[in-house]
Design a protein around this ligand. Structure first.
Ligand code: KG4
Ligand code: ZN
Length: 342
C-alpha cells in the first residue's frame, strides 16, 4: 500500500497596513518558516507620527525585496505555496493597496488563491503561533489604532464586546510621549520610564460604568493639563513620574475590564494582542491576574505583538482551511469591520 503524505499548507502572507512592510511564510497555521519586517520607524520619527504618503512610498520601495527575502530565508519556491494572504484593512488605504497589489500580482502569476485578512484578526492569530487556541476565548486587542475586547466562540468567530470610544491605547501612549518630548512611537519609551520611577503622578481612570468600552482621551487630557499647570507655575515635571502615573491608569483599566469580561463569558483562554501588548507593565499585570484567576493567558513574543506578516499568515491558514477565498477584485478597506468568517 502506498504511503499517503499530506501536503503542508504554506501561506505567503503580506502586511502593509501602516508603517511596516512585511512578508512571511507560515506552515500549517502554526509554524513560522520565515518572517521579514522592514520598519519605517526611523524615517517616520522625524514627523512624530506616520505620514501616509511617506508610508506608501516606503512600501513601494520595499515590498518586492521583502517578499523575495521571505522566500529566500524559507528556502522555498512559489510552487511550494498553497495561497497568498494579505491585509485587506483596516489601515491607510495607500499603504494597504501596495500590499494588495503585490499579493494579486503574485497570486495571478503563480495561479494561487488569494485571501484577504482583517488586520485585527491577524493580531489575534499571532497567538496561534504560540499556543493552540481554546474556546470560548477572550482577546484584548490593543494597538496604535485599536482597543477592543473580542470574544471568540470558535475559529473565525468574532464578537466585539467592548471598544474604545475615542483614542486607541497606543494612540494615547504616542500622544503622551509627545508631551514628554519622547520620539515616535512613544509606547516603548513610556514603558521604560514607568519602570524607572518609584513615585507617580495620580491620573484618573475612565471606568464607563458597567460597559466594556474604553476611553483614553480624558486621561491624555489630564496629562496635558498637568504639564501646562506645572509649566505655568514654573515647576519642572518629572517625566518618569508622569509616565508611571499614565501607565498605571491604562494598565489598571485594561486589566480590570478584561478580567470582568473573562468571568462573564466564562472563557477558557485569554490572550493579548497588538503593539501595546508588548508593554511590560500590561503583560505582567495580565499574567498575574489570570494566574490567580486560573484562566490560561497567552501573549505573543514582542516581535509578534507589533505589526508583522506572520500573524496575517496564521489567520489566513485557518481561513484557507475553512474555504474562504478572495479574488483579484480585492480592494483596500481603510475602515474594515471585524466580521466572522464562520
Ligand atoms: O500593532 P501596532 O504595531 O500597529 C497598529 O496596528 O497600530 O501598534 C503600534 C502601537 C504604537 O502606538 C506603539 O506606541 C505601541 O503600539 N507600543 C507600545 C509598546 N510597544 C509598542 N505601547 C506601550 N508599551 C510598549 N512597550
Ligand atoms: Zn497592528
Amino acid at each position: 500500500m502506498g504511503e499517503f503524505i499530506m501536503k503542508d499548507t504554506i501561506i505567503l502572507a503580506i502586511e502593509t497596513s501602516c508603517d511596516e512592510t512585511a512578508a512571511a511564510l507560515i506552515r500549517n497555521g502554526s509554524e513560522i518558516v520565515s518572517n521579514v519586517v522592514a520598519s519605517q520607524i526611523e524615517s517616520q520619527k522625524r514627523f512624530g507620527g506616520v505620514v501616509p504618503e511617506i508610508a506608501s512610498r516606503h512600501h513601494v520601495e520595499q515590498i518586492t525585496i521583502v517578499i523575495e527575502e521571505a522566500l529566500e530565508k524559507a528556502n522555498m519556491q512559489p510552487s511550494d505555496i498553497s495561497a497568498v494572504a494579505v491585509t485587506e484593512g483596516p489601515g491607510l488605504v495607500g499603504a494597504l493597496l501596495i500590499g494588495i497589489n503585490a499579493a494579486k500580482a503574485f497570486a495571478f502569476v503563480h495561479n494561487l488563491p488569494i485571501i484577504g485578512v482583517h488586520h485585527i484578526a491577524g493580531h489575534i492569530y499571532a497567538n496561534a503561533l504560540v499556543q493552540p487556541m481554546e474556546f470560548p476565548l477572550l482577546a484584548l486587542v490593543v494597538s496604535g489604532g485599536h482597543t477592543e475586547l473580542v470574544l471568540m466562540r470558535e475559529h473565525g468567530s468574532f464578537e466585539v464586546v467592548g471598544e474604545t470610544r475615542d483614542d486607541a491605547a497606543g494612540e494615547a501612549y504616542d500622544k503622551v510621549a509627545r508631551v514628554l518630548n519622547m520620539p515616535y512611537p512613544g509606547g516603548p519609551h513610556i514603558d521604560r520610564l514607568a519602570h524607572e520611577a518609584e513615585e507617580s503622578v495620580d491620573f484618573p481612570r475612565a471606568w464607563l460604568d458597567e460597559s466594556y468600552d474604553f476611553s483614553f482621551s480624558g486621561l491624555k487630557s489630564a496629562v496635558i493639563n498637568y504639564k501646562h499647570n506645572m509649566d505655568q507655575r514654573g515647576e519642572e515635571i518629572v517625566p518618569a513620574h508622569v509616565a508611571k502615573g499614565f501607565q498605571d491608569s491604562v494598565v489598571e483599566v485594561l486589566t480590570t475590564k478584561t478580567l470582568k469580561a473573562a468571568r462573564e463569558f466564562n472563557v477558557k483562554q485569554v490572550i493579548a494582542a497588538g503593539g501595546v501588548s508588548a508593554n511590560k507593565g500590561l503583560r505582567t499585570s495580565l499574567e498575574q491576574v489570570f494566574l490567580e484567576e486560573g484562566i490560561p493567558f497567552t501573549v505573543p513574543p514582542l516581535k509578534l505583538c507589533t505589526d508583522n506578516a506572520a500573524m496575517i499568515g496564521a489567520a489566513a491558514a485557518y481561513m484557507y482551511e475553512a474555504g474562504v477565498r478572495g479574488d483579484l477584485s480585492m480592494n483596500g478597506v481603510p475602515g474594515k469591520e471585524l466580521k466572522s468568517w464562520k
